[in-house]
Design a protein around this ligand. Structure first.
Ligand code: 5RP
Length: 218
């Protein structure tokens, strides 16, 4: 009997709890991360608290009685746990479906290990079937959209404002043969805050939920 995508997300979120030891945990955003937060609540006495990658995550953590720390008051973290929209065998990720890409990247940069939790539908040979989210300063919207079009993508404005007060352009049909290079190129466009490619700093551990159980890929 095959599991639903939701059941797979729950299963992989539970598996990540094994990596929670002590101290402060970096926590991602999205439905898989939400399941992780729910399981984290069961072991909250082991940890000091968490750093959240979005307002939504901070709210869910607090509801469970988990203390949320300002990143500026934290001296690094052992782990950051988050989902992804796509991930390859090289551990390059495409993220930001939930619009929290910038804070996710910032929190992840402060963690020793990035633990990616996904159901197997997210494991892909090449990134880019999922539209690439790019967070942009509102005043730079048209300029950045033109640059992204020149790169061969089709940027579409999302009806959404980020936690940082910016807009998101979702770039469709972008060819991403070299995610590290594309991540760098897009980040160099003036007006871009960050893009959803997490390749320069890939995941360290991938927990992948399948019908046969959770696989660990390193
Ligand atoms: C949010 C993200 C999420 O990790 C990504 O969208 C996956 O979400 P979900 O766990 O709901 O499938 O990057 O910005």
């Amino acid at each position: 009997m095959s599991l639903t995508q939701d059941e797979l997300k729950q299963q992989v979120a539970k598996a990540a709890i094994e990596y929670v030891k002590t101290g402060i945990i970096g926590v991602g955003t999205g439905s898989t991360a939400n399941y992780f937060i729910d399981y984290l609540a069961e072991v909250k006495s082991k940890i000091e608290g968490a750093v959240a990658s979005s307002e939504a995550t901070a709210e869910r953590l607090r509801k469970h009685g988990i203390e949320v720390f300002d990143l500026n008051n934290v001296d690094g973290m052992d782990i950051y746990v988050d989902g992804a929209d796509e991930i390859t065998e090289h551990m390059h990720m495409l993220k930001g479906g939930g619009g929290a890409l910038t804070r996710e990247k910032v929190v992840a940069a402060n963690a020793k290990k990035f633990i990616c939790i996904c159901d197997e539908s997210k494991y892909v040979p090449v990134l880019g079937k999922f539209p690439l989210p790019v967070e942009v300063l509102p005043m730079a919207r048209s300029y950045v959209a033109r640059q992204l079009s020149a790169m061969g993508g089709q940027p579409k404005l999302r009806d959404f404002t980020t936690d940082n007060g910016n807009i998101i352009l979702d770039v469709h049909n972008l060819n991403i043969p070299d995610p590290i290079e594309t991540e760098k190129t897009i980040n160099q466009i003036v007006g871009v805050v960050t893009n959803g490619l997490f390749a320069k700093r890939p995941a360290d551990i991938l927990l992948l939920a399948t019908d046969e159980g959770v696989k660990t890929i390193t």
